[in-house]
Ligand binder design. Structure first.
Ligand SMILES: NC(=O)c1ccc[n+]([C@@H]2O[C@H](COP(=O)([O-])OP(=O)(O)OC[C@H]3O[C@@H](n4cnc5c(N)ncnc54)[C@H](O)[C@@H]3O)[C@@H](O)[C@H]2O)c1
Length: 284
């Protein structure tokens, strides 16, 4: 999709990190932007900041884990702008860093429901609410779903599993759009370590989301992993790096977008080779 000027983007998780950086990038390219996020205060601040690019900005408080809320977001976007050209399903959460390495039988089941609800259902609801209407309009457009390098690596924890699901879903969507001869295309973005507020995601976890994993009772090695991961994330890449990759991916119609992957692609290669050679998964 070459022409962005005057066209419309919808971004979820737009009040912070990767979503906010991408909102700035796309507005700077002349796009009107619909910002969706669950967090009211930062969403209002983002609305003001992104409007400084001089394009129309609409902020819609949205919990992407609610199908009704995502449908209402689509209604609001199409009512305000008539069409949507870029759909960035980006909102995502991770429970504490320790749960990124927890075992499937550790931690709370509610962590799984919450993480899958936002990271996977949120993307699925976005696709179902927007894509049929985007197809119906018949204009060119692009869908970008945020997964993670975790979506390409082994891990029996809610975050990895939810991101694998996003990769699989998006690969299928790309194939289906090609098969249809649609003017829409798709990309999956799999960032490495990006310095955002992702490890404070529980700030947006509602009271009704069930029992949180009690980090203090987790294994000592998990506690050590969490401390190391938190510090690695803090020295990770700036979210604007991801925004730049997303912008290029839309323009150049590239499917796999791997910003800030550093050494992680070596681990992905090892996993892929292991699959082809039918080797048993290596312990981490
Ligand atoms: N930071 C990283 O290292 C990294 C790496 C790979 C993938 N990602 C993915 O990037 C995406 C963006 O995360 P980020 O790193 O910018 O974190 P962030 O916490 O800075 O931003 C995430 C945004 O999503 C919003 N959000 C959370 N739950 C929501 C919900 N139910 N409905 C709507 N909005 C909700 C938050 O309020 C926040 O504004 C996520 O999908 C995350 O999994 C991040």
């Amino acid at each position: 999709m070459q022409e962005l000027e005057g066209r419309v983007a919808v971004i979820t998780g737009a009040a912070s990190g990767i979503g906010l950086a991408t909102a700035h990038r796309l507005a700077a390219e002349g796009m009107h932007v619909v910002l969706a996020d669950i967090e009211d205060g930062p969403l209002a601040e983002a609305e003001t900041a992104v409007a400084a690019h001089g394009r129309r900005v609409l902020a819609v408080r949205t919990d992407v884990s609610s199908e009704a809320a995502v449908n209402a977001l689509a209604d609001a976007a199409f009512a305000a702008f008539g069409n949507v050209h870029v759909l960035f399903n980006n909102a995502g959460v991770a429970a504490t860093a320790a749960t990124l390495r927890s075992r499937a039988w550790e931690g709370s089941l509610a962590d799984w429901d919450w993480t899958m609800g936002v990271n996977f259902n949120g993307v699925l609801y976005g696709v179902r609410a927007f894509v049929p209407r985007m197809l119906e309009r018949g204009e060119d457009g692009h869908i970008v779903n945020t997964a993670s390098m975790a979506g390409l690596l082994t891990g029996a924890n809610p975050y990895n599993v939810s991101k694998h699901a996003v990769v699989c879903l998006t690969e299928g969507i790309y194939k289906d759009l090609r098969e249809l001869g649609a003017k829409l295309s798709a990309s999956v973005v799999c960032p490495g370590l990006i310095n955002t507020r992702i490890l404070e995601a529980e700030r947006n976890r509602g009271d009704g989301s069930g029992e949180h994993t009690d980090v203090s009772v987790l294994r000592a090695d998990l506690q050590r992993f969490a401390a190391g991961f938190e510090s690695a994330l803090r020295s990770g890449w700036a979210p604007d790096v991801v925004a730049g990759t997303v912008l290029d991916g839309i323009r150049e119609d590239r499917f796999y977008l791997f910003p800030a992957q550093d050494f992680i692609l070596e681990q992905v290669a090892a996993r892929m080779n292991g699959i082809i050679e039918q080797r048993n998964p290596a312990p981490r």
